[in-house]
Design a protein around this ligand. Sequence first.
Ligand code: GLN
Length: 210
Amino acid sequence: MSLGILALQGALQPHRQKLTALGVDVVFVRTAGEISACDGLILPGGESSTLLNLIDHYRLRDPIVAFAASRPVWGVCAGAILMAERVENPSQESLGLIPMTVRRNAYGRQNESFIAPVVFRDAGSAKTEREAVFIRAPSIIRFASSVQVLADHHGDPVALRYGSHLVTTYHPELSASDEFHALFVSLCREAVTNPASGGGRPDEVMATPN
Ligand code: GLN
């Protein structure tokens, strides 16, 4: 299995290290052909308006949208902004992969970035806290009921799942835990063995892998 990291701008190496440690092949992708050869794609953190300009410059918008129709995509911070249907503060275009509205720079300026615990809840009442690095992060202010909240920070959703797609407003690649990368790898493996599970369809039957 080969996972792509969109390598136009932003934080790339920490993702590669975590995925490589999990035993998957990692490719830095910059062309439509490289993207379509992957089994999953990470849209990394960075600066979303710059990323969008570069995506359009290299004519990657349609290839990414086509990829996301049948395979898993994980958007991290700026990548999450790109995946939204609507973006505010200021409003900008996006790829529209997930029915949610995102507010950019919701916690203030770069020097107001912070590290805080976020809470994952299982189907019962058990809670697990994980360290999360927020860097000039967005917040998710609206989302469809078909979008599942995986983790929150003071009640605000910060990690979401939509079909096989994932969104984090923080940077799991910058903390010690590799659990979120392992979750993405398992969704990609599932989509390889069962192609119907790929893409952004909300699938009530498909449980979140441990
Ligand atoms: N503030 C950036 C934006 O709005 C995102 C920052 C990040 O990816 N860490 O695009």
